[in-house]
Design a protein around this ligand. Structure first.
Ligand code: GTP
Ligand code: MG
Length: 273
């Protein structure tokens, strides 16, 4: 009689990863982490002093992941404490408050601070970034919409999630995607998988949508000088229309930007002889 030892499905080796949270003070970094790890929400603001550290274990597919979480203080006062902790991170939670535009606009300077500590862009390329548009439960005070946040994130190859530490919305989905991407990256030799970087739209398209959103009038929107001729307006319009036409451009906000450009051209042509 033939016997065979029962086949045991061995788990792959466990992974140890380091993640950090970044973003202005009071945007909800600690509450997002608390909501995920402790399933609770604390309404009272308790500023993080320097750094808070915690460990959690998660299962991604057939791997156990030990996650070391370094929750940074957002207050500028703690820069000297924070800057020690950027190195060797595999993942970054980049958090802003959808009700505070300055917290969204600060994301670039947070990336700048991190890049400075990491030494080069190459070191930033082997990190998974997730942008959390937090406090989406406070609907009435929202000033940064989904398109704008998504565009910021996806044009840089980052994930984007709408979250509320208060209600729990988006929190588990966000962490699952975060840890799963970090695991993919580790299994891919420390490089962010290519699929995450190919977002289906170009930097030129993303920059143009941002520029259109921030333009001060119709001339500015079309990128022509006030008093430009019909030909100049039409030429600028055609260029933008080709770049942003909804059939060609999948960048978040492209449809609104395209409509705005059509309206800007119509209103300018009405007043040009
Ligand atoms: P620092 O540690 O100072 O950098 O701040 P932080 O980003 O860690 O902010 P924290 O998590 O301490 O939250 C700041 C305040 O926002 C607290 O009063 C929280 O209760 C509140 N808060 C956090 N997340 C949410 C949310 O999703 N919705 C609402 N309504 N309030 C939130
Ligand atoms: Mg905190």
């Amino acid at each position: 009689m033939e016997t065979s030892a029962p086949k045991r499905r061995e788990n792959k080796k466990s992974l140890r990863v380091k993640v950090i949270s970044l973003g202005n003070a009071e945007v909800g970094k600690s509450c997002i982490i608390k909501r995920y790890c402790e399933k609770r929400f604390v309404p009272k603001y308790l500023a993080t002093i320097g750094i808070d550290y915690g460990v959690t274990k998660v299962q991604v597919r057939d791997r156990e992941i030990k996650v070391n979480i370094f929750d940074m203080a957002g207050h500028p006062f703690f820069y000297e404490v924070r800057n020690e902790f950027y190195k060797d991170s595999q993942g970054v939670l980049l958090v802003y408050d959808v009700g505070l535009r300055e917290s969204f606009e600060a994301l670039d300077s947070w990336l700048g601070e991190m890049k400075q500590e990491m030494g080069s862009q190459a070191n930033m390329d082997s990190i998974v970034f997730v942008v959390c548009a937090n406090k989406v439960d406070l609907i009435k005070r929202r000033v940064v919409d989904e398109g704008e946040g998504r565009l910021f994130a996806e044009s840089r190859g980052f994930h984007y999630f709408e979250t509320s530490a208060q209600s729990g919305e988006g929190i588990n989905e966000m962490f699952q995607a975060f840890f799963s991407s970090i695991t993919d990256m580790c299994e891919n030799g420390g490089k962010r998988p290519v699929t995450e970087l190919s977002v289906g739209f170009t930097k030129e398209q993303a920059d143009t949508i941002r520029r259109i959103r921030n333009s001060k009038d119709s001339w500015d929107m079309l990128g022509v000088k006030p008093g430009a001729t019909r030909e100049e307006v039409n030429k600028a319009y055609r260029k933008l229309a080709v770049l942003l036409h909804p059939d060609k451009c999948v960048a978040p906000g492209s449809e609104d930007a395209f409509k705005a450009v059509v309206n800007a051209r119509t209103s300018l042509l009405k007043n040009i002889k």
